[in-house]
Design a protein around this ligand. Structure first.
Ligand SMILES: *Cc1c(COP(=O)(O)O)cnc(C)c1O
Length: 483
């Protein structure tokens, strides 16, 4: 962030100057070595592209997008050290140097006995759930991510979300809105019985719930309840470093501890984790599964060999393992996390000042627009989040993603009627180390322009959809005249 326009954020941020010194702006803790041009398009061109894509931004060509906030997954800019590590990659089939470096880096932070590399997070999920879940099983979480839910359901089990009540009210401010409702978890265990719960998860940070952090107290409490009933407790660890940073900033007693120490404590309460390295390992592909259970690890490795690869590379090249090892070290640096969290908060603050309803407070990796409050005249089954996503693209070439009824709505098996999602959100995910502050300024402008003409915006309807993960491939049609 540059000095001119981040002045207003400084007072609320941790000072990076010494005691008694003037507060300095929080800046990007890197300089740019390689640039990738982005292409300006006209409104007319964008209207044409969007229509051809069936109004589904997943179907746009990325080169037709100016600011791509579809996801923070796999979109990080790698550092010079990571690229150097890529060149060091040892591509030996078994027991490569890169594997040992990767394994040591993961164990140093995560602490689990067994590490199983996979090509991305969902491969870890599929291996885990197809090993531990059976039909009739129930898997609780604060909120399951979409692929997590889909993999649990594919194994015949039921995925249950149990966020704290504050987590479901976008405007409610709570320091740890990603927390799980521990009383609801206890009630579920009493209701279905611990033997039908093969695993309990916490997603840190809670992506689907707004990128909101989970407190150490909540991690500890959920761990205690699980262990009292013999239920293995896992973290979906994709954004563990961002979560650790929120604990440092917001939770009593963690102020003087490093992000690495906090992360280690988080994992110390768990029996294993799934991880998408495409988030907080600062790489473009990769993931892993980890566990302390030796016999489970053996079963998982057998499945890994069947579909991903030999246990010392999983679905990855040696160079990928190297980049992850370096990324896991960089993501825990204080200057990086200070900048990362401050830049997302800065975007959230400017939208809030312009009157735009967002999930408060801003999360670690994204700002979530509250589409239901943004377009209160568009009913949930007319997909207000989809309208907002389409309008942001036409207005300024910005690509966000709907996290509402398109993604999580479903057909009631008894009535055959469409049931809307609990919240209608649009996620603006911020890739790590990619966009500068002036590009974020542009983004704020685009959102405010759509906000100004919100009353003229109507709803959408599906014209084509698939039964599973329909948001990726569906086609839509506006129910109003887009201008
Ligand atoms: C991205 C993500 C996953 C899945 O990881 P992929 O690498 O995309 O397969 C799982 N859980 C959460 C919380 C995620 O954000």
């Amino acid at each position: 962030m540059n000095a001119a326009n981040s002045a207003d954020t400084r007072s609320a941020e941790r000072s990076v100057a010494g005691p008694g010194a003037r507060r300095r702006p929080i800046i990007e803790p890197f300089k740019i070595k390689v640039v990738e041009p982005i292409r300006l398009t006209t409104r007319q061109e964008r209207t044409t592209y969007l229509e051809a894509a069936g109004y589904n931004v997943f179907k746009l060509r990325a080169e037709d997008v100016l600011i791509d906030l579809l996801t923070d997954s796999g979109t990080s800019a790698m550092s010079a050290d990571q690229w150097a590590a890529v060149m060091r990659g040892d591509e030996a089939y078994a027991g490569s140097k890169s594997w040992y470096r990767f394994e040591a880096a993961v164990k140093d932070i995560f602490g689990f006995a067994h590490v199983i590399p996979t090509h991305q997070g969902r491969a870890a999920e599929r291996i885990l759930f197809s090993t531990v879940c059976r039909p009739g099983h129930v898997v609780p979480s604060n909120t399951h991510f979409d692929t997590t839910r889909a993999n649990i359901e594919a194994a015949g089990a039921e995925a249950v979300d149990m966020p704290i009540p504050e987590g479901l009210v976008p405007s409610r401010v709570h320091p740890f809105k990603g927390n799980m409702d521990v009383a609801a978890l206890e009630a579920l265990i009493a209701d279905v019985g611990a033997d039908r719960i093969p695993i309990c998860m916490l997603t840190v940070t809670n992506n689907t719930g707004g990128g909101q952090p989970v407190s150490m107290a909540n991690i500890r409490a959920v761990s205690e309840v699980c262990h009292a009933h013999g239920i293995p407790f896992y973290l979906d660890a994709c954004r563990f470093a961002e979560n650790a940073w929120f604990i440092k900033e917001r939770e009593e007693g963690f102020d003087h501890r490093s992000a690495r120490e906090i992360a280690r404590e988080m994992f110390s309460y768990a029996d294993g984790c799934t991880m998408s390295a495409k988030k907080d390992a600062l790489v473009n592909i990769g993931g892993f599964l980890a566990t302390n259970d030796t016999s489970l690890a053996r079963q998982e490795q057998n499945l890994l060999i069947l579909t991903e690869g030999f246990p010392t590379y999983g679905g990855l090249a040696g160079r990928d393992l190297e980049a992850i090892a370096v990324g896991l070290e960089e993501v825990l640096r204080e200057d990086y996390l200070t900048y990362r969290i401050a830049s997302v908060r800065w975007l959230g603050r400017h939208l809030t000042e312009g009157g735009v309803p967002i999930v408060q407070p801003p999360g670690g990796h994204a700002v979530y627009l509250d589409a239901a409050a943004f377009l209160p005249h568009v009913p949930p089954l007319q997909l207000p989040g989809q309208s907002l996503v389409a309008e942001l693209y036409v207005e300024g070439g910005v690509r966000g993603v709907e996290i509402g009824t398109v993604m999580f709505g479903h057909t009631d098996p008894d009535t055959g009627e469409e049931v809307p999602s609990r919240m209608e959100l649009v996620r603006l995910a911020i890739p790590r180390r990619v966009y500068t502050e002036s590009q974020i300024d542009y983004l704020v402008d685009v959102v405010l322009d759509v906000w100004d003409r919100r009353e003229a915006i109507g709803g959408f309807r599906f014209v084509e959809q698939t039964p599973v993960l329909r948001h990726f491939t569906a086609r839509f049609e506006p129910l109003y005249e887009m201008t």
